[in-house]
Design a protein. Sequence first.
Length: 436
Amino acid sequence: MKIWQKEGNIISSTTALINDFTVGKDREFDLQLAEFDVLGSLAHTQMLQQAGLLSETELSLIHQELNSILTEIKSGAFEINEEAEDIHSQMEWMLTQRIGEAGKKIHSGRSRNDQVLLDVKLYLRSELKSISRLVMELFNVLQHLSETHRDKLFPGYTHMQVAMPSSFGLWFGAYAESLTDDMEMVEAAYRICNKNPLGSGAGYGSSFPLNRELTTDLLGFEQMNYNVVYAQMTRGKSEKSVAVALSTVAATLSKLAYDMCLYMSQNFGFISFPEELTTGSSIMPHKKNPDVLELVRAKCNRIQSVPNEVTLLINNLPSGYHRDLQLTKEILFPAIEELKSCLRITAFALSNIHVESDLLKDERYRHIFSVERVNELVLKGTSFRDAYKQVGAEIASGTFIASKELLHTHEGSMGNLCTEEIKRSMLKFSFLMETD
């Protein structure tokens, strides 16, 4: 069942072998495009009717059946037959079987090239919105934790060595703000995907009087890809931009997961989680392992390789369509699902986190207020360099003592989390949080 097959083609064992190889996993991944293929066909056929290529009766019949198929898709009843090459072949075959000759007319003025381009862009646009909503949920959890624990101090580290006092408020808030930067990349990818390629055909347009402005408006695109050759060039480029956005969010999640794995270890003991969020050992009864967080770290590290994988796939291709581009779905679609699952589980884990208090009273952190001591001397008139040397000598001789006043002073200085400013940074992406 190929929409490009001519009359009289003979199906041989060799043909079947080639067919299996070229189709690959397309049917599996095309199920995720099914809804968008219907939406594209609804818009395209409405435009065809306006152009005089379909009658009103034919359009009504086609739309009625397309909406019926859309209901099947949303209910989970839709399948792509093994005889079908892809979602486009399946859809046209179903329409032809159910409504006859009118079903054969829906492909006028388009190619599978701009059809799959459209489906992928609609899918990516929708998935970027889903990811944005999950990012916002995690952002809200982090902001809440930042405010809740704003005055709880814990040791900051540089080079894995005790450095200066920090706070849980700052730590949680840092990852919230990191997500606002990540959303800049998500928005950029969304805007690249939010351009209509329909009507570009196989990359060289159509001699039919197609109204591309109409389909742009019907499908809710911000604008169109104007140059039909470039429209085809966006296949692979769109996927790469989304892959970069995914990898940026994944980098934040991976670092956060690593921090939590480190901080819940016995040698740190800054945070803990309920037993349901940890796993045990088959031989060591005392173990509470952060498997969930380790898997988030691993999955997100793997997601960060996706832009490179897409680049290697598309990097040496000339303009025009090439079958290599089919494999972008195999690379990108699973990565999208992985990132969404990581965002969900991270938000859930953080909602159940326990934060320790009075950490800086531990003897291990006796030198952590050395900078505060230097600053104290500077404020009394000592030059910074002399104050630095004096405190260094006190540490070396074992006479350095951090006063309780320094502890209380630092607790007060940790209150400015810029929470409202960070919230405003995220709010500019609110249009991405809206449901379609």
